[in-house]
Design a protein around this ligand. Structure first.
Ligand SMILES: Nc1nc2c(ncn2[C@@H]2O[C@H](COP(=O)(O)OP(=O)(O)OP(=O)(O)O)[C@@H](O)[C@H]2O)c(=O)[nH]1
Ligand SMILES: [Mg+2]
Length: 614
């Protein structure tokens, strides 16, 4: 073989071998570099506590939960170089601000800490992990007594916090999403040959997008505290016994196995379905009974959001996961497939949130519409009440905060009526009977006056006062409106039965006068619309000097009725009215059908001609 051939074969082989060796050396170097890399070590002083301004849904609960296995809690005040006075709490996870982001700081109670090769290896392992369902490791503080593990902070708290908070509605879409998230995270961990060993619902945390992430995985030696020096995970004698697989309790298997994690997961599935606090509910005795399992959840299968889409499959999955026979427990990969089958149209939590919000906003809109309708009805009721107490324009003015000015009217007609012998009648009746009687009478009067363009001013005891032409002016029609109304009111008296004296004939005395009036609201408390002026006094005199079941009309009103035509009036004559002097007044008898002038038609009425004047 010539030298050239030897070189031609040997050179590529040599090059390849040296390349291979170099690559191997490079990989080894990288591995070692990662192992000895200390960029993950965080100076505790650089974490700012108490300024995070966070506290999401579950955080208050989470962050104040005293660790159940912590026997003593100690608080040491330290002033960090940032100038923020913080307190080092060793008994729970604290949120803090590190490098501009919010982090969860889990304190490890250790009096001594050595950054040994095992811990370096553990850190290297968790640093290489990256999955959306794993709570990201950020770094660690190794300064005693501030030894802590710093991880991504999930503002909604732990899965347990969320499930036990009754104020958070969680439909089955969310529940299956949580279950799938945990299975995904765990599957990823197991693929990387890492077992959790302390999987429970408090070690699953919920981020701001409602994604469930697994926390407190790996770093077994790093997180080992002084008091649990011998433990390498669950302390099965404590509250977490519930999550311990039977083989772990019996000591026949280490707790760091995939099957043990699957067992723990089955308990989380029960918690997700029942939303109950299994730890508090477990009886003392069950902690030692390895055959004990929480009761299977009664999940409703159905189409509603609140129902499980596949009840039987869900319970079947739980049973498989807590099987005594370790080998028949599914892997998380299989669990994921099972869950996907149960929930084929999996929607992301954000979309579910959006759907929920849309649903709530629609529901809210419906409620608002309903309440608006109620409000409208209430307003109508108060309006009706207000308008029954004050004329509408006046009431509207008052409602707008405007004070309604008194207004003068050049001509209006005022009606007064009074019950004849009321004092005697009420003396012989109980107050209840009197009120009942007046109420019935004036209710029927109120119904009648609704047919006319008149405004009822008030009832004063047994007196009834009505005006027309105020506050709505109506030319000279006011006289006709009042006259027609007065005739109706008197005629109703003929048929009206006094409830407690059916055999007594009700008699009213009525009087009418027309003239100028001033009208306005008096007072701010219980405001009343009042009429003032001589016209009111004269109308009252017309009533007081009238006779039973008769309507006495002044000359001024009679003149207007004459102009309006259609009323039969007979002259009562002239007599002295107290405070008014001599007055000629008229009896309003009836309405005429043929509209002939009543004052000129002497034969039809009283038989003698009459002139109209005050
Ligand atoms: N809001 C919020 N709470 C958290 C976070 N991580 C943990 N927690 C809560 O802090 C509480 C205390 O956590 P840990 O000290 O890890 O105790 P634990 O989870 O009960 O038990 P182990 O982890 O098994 O020791 C837990 O109940 C969690 O609910 C987080 O990222 N955000
Ligand atoms: Mg935890």
């Amino acid at each position: 073989m010539s030298i050239a051939i030897k070189v031609a074969i040997g050179l590529p082989v040599a090059l390849f071998s040296s390349g291979f060796i170099l690559t191997m050396v490079w990989i080894q170097y990288q591995k070692q570099r990662m192992l000895w890399d200390e960029s993950w070590i965080i100076s505790y002083k650089r974490i700012i506590f108490g300024r995070t301004g966070l506290l999401g849904l579950g955080s208050t609960m989470s962050l104040q939960r005293i660790r159940s296995n912590s026997t003593n809690s100690q608080t040491t005040e330290v002033t960090v170089c940032t100038g923020v006075n913080t307190s080092f709490r060793q008994d729970f996870i604290q949120p803090g601000l590190y490098d501009g982001r919010t982090v969860a700081v889990k304190h490890i109670q250790n009096k001594h800490f050595t950054l040994c090769k095992t811990i370096r290896k553990e850190v290297k392992e968790v640093r290489l992990l990256d999955h959306p369902n794993l709570c990201k490791f950020i770094g660690g503080s190794i300064e005693v007594p501030y030894v802590s593990i710093i991880t991504e902070y999930c503002p909604k708290g732990s899965l347990s916090d969320v499930l036990l908070n009754e104020d958070i509605p969680i439909n089955w879409g969310f529940r299956l999403s949580f279950a799938t998230d945990i299975a995904r995270g765990m599957s990823y961990l197991h693929q990387h040959k890492m077992f959790h060993g302390r999987l429970h619902s408090r070690n699953c945390v919920i981020d701001d997008r409602w994604v469930c992430k697994i926390s407190d995985y790996g770093l077994t030696v790093f997180r080992r505290e002084d008091f649990e020096a011998t433990s390498n995970g669950f302390n099965c004698g404590n509250v977490n016994r519930l999550y311990c697989a039977p083989e772990v309790v019996l000591g026949s298997s280490p707790n760091m196995t995939g099957a043990a994690d699957v067992y723990s997961y089955s308990i989380i599935l029960v918690e997700i379905a029942t939303r109950s606090d299994l730890i508090s509910h477990q009886a003392e005795g069950v902690r030692v009974d390895i055959a004990w399992r929480p009761p299977l959840p009664e999940v409703k299968a159905g189409k509603a959001d609140t129902d499980c889409p596949s009840q039987e499959d869900y319970c079947e999955l739980i049973k498989k996961c807590w099987n005594h026979n370790v080998t028949t427990r599914p892997t998380f990969e299989q669990v994921k497939k099972n869950l996907d089958k149960m929930n084929p149209h999996k929607v992301s939590p954000v979309d579910m949130m959006m759907n929920l919000m849309e649903k709530y906003s629609k529901h809210l809109e419906a409620i608002v519409a309903e309440r608006t309708q109620d409000l409208l009805q209430e307003k109508q009721k108060t309006d009706r009440l207000l308008y029954s107490m004050l004329p509408k324009p006046v009431a509207d003015d008052l409602r707008q905060g405007r004070t309604s000015e008194a207004q003068s009217y050049s001509n209006a007609t005022v009606y007064f009526s009074d019950i004849v012998g009321f004092t005697q009648l009420s003396g012989a009746s109980t107050p209840h009977q009197v009120v009942d009687f007046l109420n019935q009478l004036y209710t029927s009067f109120d119904d009648i006056i609704d047919n006319y363009d008149v405004y009822k001013v008030e009832t004063i005891g047994d007196a009834y006062m009505v005006v027309s032409g105020v506050p709505q002016q109506n030319g000279i029609n006011h006289a006709g409106e009042i006259a027609s109304m007065a005739l109706d009111l008197v005629s109703v008296c003929h048929t009206f039965k006094i409830p407690h004296k059916p055999n007594t004939q009700l008699q009213i005395r009525a009087g009418i006068h027309s003239g100028p009036v001033v009208a306005g609201v008096v007072g701010t408390k219980m405001p009343r619309y009042c009429l003032f002026g001589d016209t009111v006094n004269t109308a009252s005199r017309m009533e007081s000097t009238s006779e039973a079941l008769k309507i006495q009309v002044s000359g001024a009103t009679a003149n207007l009725l004459h102009t309006l035509k259609g009323y039969i009036l007979t002259c009562r004559g002239t007599f002295n009215v107290k405070g008014k002097g001599d007055m000629t007044t008229w009896w309003l008898e009836a309405k005429r059908d043929d509209f002939t002038d009543p004052l000129l038609n002497t034969s039809a009425s009283s038989g003698f001609p009459v002139s109209v004047s005050d």
